[in-house]
Design a protein around this ligand. Structure first.
Ligand code: COA
Length: 248
């Protein structure tokens, strides 16, 4: 199959790009599998000093593929999505992201694990888990209120409302806005890649230390509730509604 995750190395920076633009880069099991493998390989590769997550087309990602949610629900923590989330939680090197257009669900929650995120003016972030009969994942039930405060997190999770690049900058979810977010992120990544690598790895470990074990525990709890929610009538109804809207 044509690869739906494009990997490209420039100097000591690896770019991983979601490449399923015809489905708004909705992430499938096999895409999560490819991402995990690339991240785990990059972690152990002395030639790679930083990784940039990005996407082909006009949108970052529409989140988890809804067909996959229905047909191959991730029910255990050795699912591909769980392995991907563990890979970003534990990735020891700088992880950057360049976001444009829609960043839905895991498209937003994965950013909570990145070290630097650059967004285009078109960026639109949302975490409509509850609207789909689901619950927050990727440690977001802990990391997002920690970042933005309880009430703003509760409002965003419970309404499913989206927010733009300026709001994301104000929250601290995004570092900067740029009409060419990939070029901007690459510039920062190349700069970091010239720094002493062990000092960078140690700096990241220190920055993430306070949260790491708590996030790992929260992810496990989220998974259990998420797996049950995926089998619920509420979720089935929401997925059916999405599917029927497609037909028009
Ligand atoms: N899973 C599977 N396919 C998806 C998808 C998803 N999460 N999101 C978008 N797509 C597909 C659409 O089915 C459509 O494919 P088609 O042309 O073969 O029908 C294509 O991507 C373009 O999406 P479309 O819905 O036509 O774009 P839009 O601009 O009208 O709406 C969204 C954009 C993001 C509002 C809408 O696609 C959406 O709600 N997607 C689901 C997002 C979601 O709930 N993700 C899970 C979060 S946990």
């Amino acid at each position: 199959r044509m690869s739906e995750i494009l990997a490209k190395q420039e100097g000591r920076v690896l770019t991983l790009s979601f490449n399923r633009p015809e489905k708004m880069n909705a992430l499938t099991r096999s895409m999560y599998g490819d991402l995990s493998k690339s991240l785990n390989d990059a972690a152990g590769d002395f030639g790679i000093r930083a990784v940039v997550l990005t996407a082909e087309g006009d949108h970052f990602t529409a989140g988890n593929d809804i067909m996959d949610f229905m047909n191959n629900p991730p029910t255990s923590d050795d699912s591909e999505v769980a392995k991907f989330l563990a890979a970003i939680l534990n990735f020891p090197k700088p992880l950057l992201a360049a976001v444009k257009g829609n960043a839905v669900g895991v498209g937003t929650t994965m950013l909570l694990h990145c070290d630097v995120v650059i967004a285009a003016p078109s960026a639109n972030f949302s975490m409509p888990f509850a609207s789909l009969g689901l619950v927050p994942e990727a440690g977001s039930s802990f990391l997002f209120p920690q970042l933005v405060g309880y009430q703003r997190a509760a409002r965003i999770f419970m309404t499913g409302e989206s927010f733009d690049a300026d709001a994301a900058i104000e929250m601290g979810l995004v570092a900067a806005k740029d009409s060419d977010p990939l070029a901007h992120a690459m510039k920062i990544a190349q700069h970091i890649a010239e720094q002493p690598p062990q000092a960078i790895i140690n700096t990241k470990a220190l920055l993430k230390a306070k949260n790491h074990d708590a996030v790992a525990a929260i992810m496990k709890a989220e998974f259990e509730i998420f797996a049950m929610a995926l089998q619920s009538d509420e979720a089935m109804e929401a997925f059916m509604k999405f599917m029927s809207k497609k037909g028009k």
